[in-house]
Design a protein around this ligand. Sequence first.
Ligand code: FAD
Length: 570
Amino acid sequence: MLGRSCEFSMGTMTASDESLRTAILTVDDDPGVSRAVARDLRRRYGERHRIVRAESAAAALDALRQMKLRGELVAVILADYRMPELNGIEFLEQAMDIYPGARRVLLTAYADTGAAIDAINVVDLDHYLLKPWDPPEEKLYPVVDALLEAWLASDHRPVPETKVVGHRWSARSSEVREFLARNQVPYRWYQSDEPEGQRLLAAAGADGRALPVVITPEGEPLVEPTDAELAARVGLATTPSKDFYDLIVIGGGPAGLGAAVYGASEGLRTVLVERLATGGQAGQSSRIENYLGFPDGVSGAQLTERARRQATKFGAEVLTTRDVVGLEVRGSARRVAFADGTFIDAHTVILATGVSYRILDVPGLGELTGRGVYYGSALTETSACLGQDVYIVGGANSAGQAAVYLSRHAKSVTILVRGSSLEKSMSYYLIRQIQDIPNISVRTCTEVIAAEGDDHLERLTLRDTANGSSQTVDAQLLFLFIGGAPLTDWLDAVVVRDPRGFVVAGPDLSVSGERPAGWELDRLPYHLETSVPGVFVAGDARAESAKRVASAVGEGALAVMLVHRYLEKT
Ligand SMILES: Cc1cc2nc3c(=O)[nH]c(=O)nc-3n(C[C@H](O)[C@H](O)[C@H](O)COP(=O)(O)OP(=O)(O)OC[C@H]3O[C@@H](n4cnc5c(N)ncnc54)[C@H](O)[C@@H]3O)c2cc1C
């Protein structure tokens, strides 16, 4: 019996039509979502394929077994990740035993990158889709089309994909995985000391001493590739198409993406330059719950990936892996220089360089970074947390979010806070969530004073700041969220910065309504304008900014309005 929660599409089937014998199965425990997926699938594939819908993993497995018994074919299986009895990965694992050749897609509600990456490795996942997938024409159908094509081609060859062979405790392997995940490039991870990893290394002619080796979907091995090499291989733009723009946006976090969306949509020739991957700090957030319009929260990766697509849709150029190292005034033009010596010019510039994590200066941590010690969320390390005792340093929202997220996988999560409580630094909603999760504990008045381990983190020494006592604990994973510092040294002597390096703008530049020193225009600087006319700052990099996603996006949009005002008056 298929049960109440499973239904077949109404499409009729004739024995002569091979494709109609082929089913596409979708399982999601949320009836509304389940119906919506089935509806979208039916609209496009209902004529030629049977759409099978289930509302629980058990019902879906039942359906697959029955279809197997009836000799039917299943081409594609789409499974929700968050299901109560079996999660999507566990379900797909069992489904593989029944239909090993069926293409597998995981539906992740909040761009659950960690889960999806796990799935690529555990159940040979072909694709993961972020919910909602609207419009299906753009997000769902191209994926299912490609999978059906591959399946119908049908000696069930594996879909080509990027492979990463590396060592569990190699810092660069970890960075490469993070880079691919942040750019939403599906990859499969192989450990270099496991048989399949060794087979791949041998086939690539690599001896395994230089890791990771990334094998492109076309089968070309890249030994220890740089981010720029990877970006180029996975189709991300790295070179500007013009010499001159109306607007150069530096930084691809929420502020920069906001500026790029508004700039390009309002007809400005806009280029955004990002030194790593778009998303900024927000891209590392497992779940943002206070951004307007997302009552159930949204992962930072999903939010910023959508923004990136929106910006490019409006015609903004988005360059990644390009580090800006200089800003120069050349008459009415503003010149932005890259680390490789090349440059581009524009009428205006928006600085949206945000902040980066401060490095914790504690003996042992430097050597172990990337080998059990990670700055930021390091969502790609989620699978490593399975059954482990995980430590998090930090008392702000980012630390709280990470604790909630990692607690789903880890045996225990301990938040180490220097202060005497979380109340001063963390939002009330997160403190309450943390209190309700039994495997999270908070150690206040505690700091890390040493880290040890041979090739990876093995022990931490913690000090009680109240009584000075110290304790050494076994620890394999430590995530640090210790607040940010702006990386603006390259702006020294170009724009005015405060003593901590944040860029000063607008009214903050003027002392009692007077024009700032060196400012030659008749007017005062506009609200987000720096001490250089036509150069604006938005988001976390600005002195006295709110350090929130919404305010960064808002400032990006406002800066574009001021760019228009500047261009009109020059
Ligand atoms: C884990 C985490 C969780 C968070 N959760 C929330 C939340 O729930 N709600 C909320 O409102 N806020 C949250 N925040 C804060 C929020 O993400 C930031 O306020 C926001 O991202 C700031 O946006 P931004 O664009 O100004 O800067 P950033 O996000 O810092 O982006 C700056 C970008 O500029 C790039 N860049 C820097 N220098 C250069 C250069 N020289 N050349 C080229 N590129 C450069 C960086 O690589 C980066 O991508 C969180 C932050 C973190 C770290």
